[in-house]
Design a protein around this ligand. Sequence first.
Ligand SMILES: [Zn+2]
Length: 139
Amino acid sequence: MKTTAATPPRPLPRLDADNRAFWTGGATGELQIMRCANCAAFIHPPRPVCRHCLSDNVRPEAVAGTGIVDTFTVNYQPWYPGLEVPFVIARVALDGAPGVFLTTNIVGCPPDSVDIGDRVRVTFLQQEEIYLPLFEKID
Ligand SMILES: [Zn+2]
């Protein structure tokens, strides 16, 4: 998904060594989540040290990119000019990455069609060098 005139720019994260794989993995179509090579736990948001075992042997790993809507809300507030409302803000539990939840948007469907437990798949919205991981429902 590329930015179009109908898609106003979003506030973008500042890239650093820890979060670069997460925010740019969409360039190769991969959702990259930091994982500890010592205890195998996934770590999100990405950090240089595992919060479970304090190992610094952490590295990004591609996950399936699917998950389920854990909870959600519908936003009606146009927070900045050009922002199209309503839209869904959701917390997605990722498949294959226990304990990792992404706060994201569910796109490509009417907001009132989204429900807790819906199966979703990542789709990336590119803005500059950032690939924002958004999700669409799996039919
Ligand atoms: Zn660990």
